[in-house]
Design a protein. Sequence first.
Lengths: 343, 292
Amino acid sequence: MRAGPVRGLLFFGALVVTPLFGLQHWVLNLLVFVLMFAVMSSSWNLVGGMAGYPSLGHAAFFGIGAYALGLIFRGHTVHSGYEPFFWLPVIGLLGAVVGWPIAVVSMRTRADVFAIVTITFLFVVQTLAFNLHGLTGGAQGLAMPIAPFPAATFEEPFYYVLVVLLALALGLTYGALRSKVGLALSAVRADEDKARGIGVPTTGVKVLAFSVSVGLTAMVGGVWGYYESFIYPQFAVDPLITIAIVLMTFLGGRATLWGPVLGAFLLEAGQQVLAYQLGGNQFYLIAYAMIFLLVMLFLPRGIVPTIAQRRGKRSRSAGAGATPAPPASGLDLRAATGSRGTP
Amino acid sequence: MHALIQGVIVGVLTGGVYALMASGQTLIFGIMKVINLAQGAMVILGAYLAYQLFTTFGLDPFLAIPITTVVMFGLGVGVEVAFLRPLRAEDRSELSLLVTFAVALLLEGVMAVTWNDTRRSINTGYANASWTVGGYQVTLVRLWAFLLSLAALGLLFLLLDRTRFGRAVRATVQNPDSARLLGVETSRVSALGFGLGAATAAAAGSVYGLLYPFNAGSHYDLISRLLSIVVLGGMGSVGGAMIAAVIVSTSSAVVASTVSPAWSEMTFFVILILVLLVRPQGIFGARARGAI
């Protein structure tokens, strides 16, 4: 019970002091990207990991967030470099509002259909980003507000904003894991019909999880767009972002608190190095897909649950510890619902 | 009005090609309950194979189909055995989505490395020939593509309807457990079925390469098209996919010719949402296990 908060404080303490060591720009830049993906994979985990509804459309909300920030500040200069950050809650809300009806329509049935709708939505948003020249500038791209931060410490404001977003995402995950919402989500994942049969508000928690998840993702998109200062549709709405955050979550361990963060730190750091070594050409796509397939085949439960299992820590208080073993809670639910039966 | 009818002509003819692509995808779903997100990438790979055979040996893309389908059939069987079969049953439907997405990216990467990013097109002598019928233009290659797709679909139907393998496939689609009890080796049917899906992608790929310029990233254009066709037709129903392909392709061609090509991409999403709201099981979907 106590290990979770202590671990969290240590982790965030380390994140806060890291820039004070006068790191080089490329290191901070790498950390900014690592944090972006840590926030996004943690958010994806809320719906894809905990509820078992694999969204393939998160990259669309990343793009929506980026374009939204650009459009809010189109035509006027920023007074203070921090001004765009204060708009992030609005962007998060926008993401959630766009995501909500999609979730309501596509989550009525099964995870398959949900995945189909979200991936189709991703390509629709991508097409729109290319074609709505008036809004997005099309392939020519969209200028974002210019961040007036001194060059020596340019990355730091973005870094700290992302630390705050990560704290938010992990706080929500932690809260969900410890509360009835998390229990309801894992009930949805284990056996949705039975869960509904015994009175779990399955639709409500699914839609809530998705809206929160894509809202957070949109906020990261806003930060990214501001950081990049100019955005192009092929990078703002990129299927690779979806696959990256899914892979990070699976590698670290879905439905765990720290798994997605661990996955993001391992993969995004690795990816930056890989992209540097392979010159960012298509070999990098092959390497990524191969890693994904290998993880699916040999480590389908992810690093954190596998380690937890090795240690023999099959915590009975599932949801309380930092690493509740997902199958355990699923089995509990099956046992619990099986005895009552459903119509 | 002219634009509308022209749109319908193009849409129906193109619909045949999409029907071929989608028939493989819906067949795979019917047999394995796996949504194959790599179907589009396999179509593009089929197009590249046809392109390579045409540029190297001067082989006509239509004549290349027997070769490419066999190659892609083997590839499909390989993908099923290597990546899908090992998945554990309890989270198979969820993981298989991600696995096929990863396979799509892998194929995209391999194609991009092999043929680089330049858009290729297969320029046969007849690629630009067209007839004008009553003021409407019918591209000859589109007509051939339509007829060939119909022929391929006919073969697929014969295979499913008349052979022992087809019977095993249909039994597995209806009820995998009973099929297994009756002695159908469903895992073999799955592998062969995935291969068959890849083979239809290869045949459709040859045709796609004749109709449109393509590069490795083109499979992204196909993913949402094929998925909305498969959902509209009723997941797992080959006949449904054929009709849905014509509906989807015609409506998007009509939107392209009367409104603007940019918005035609939106039609897939609108159709998908409408189907889910009005008739979630699709045109021919049964409310059996796996149908939605």
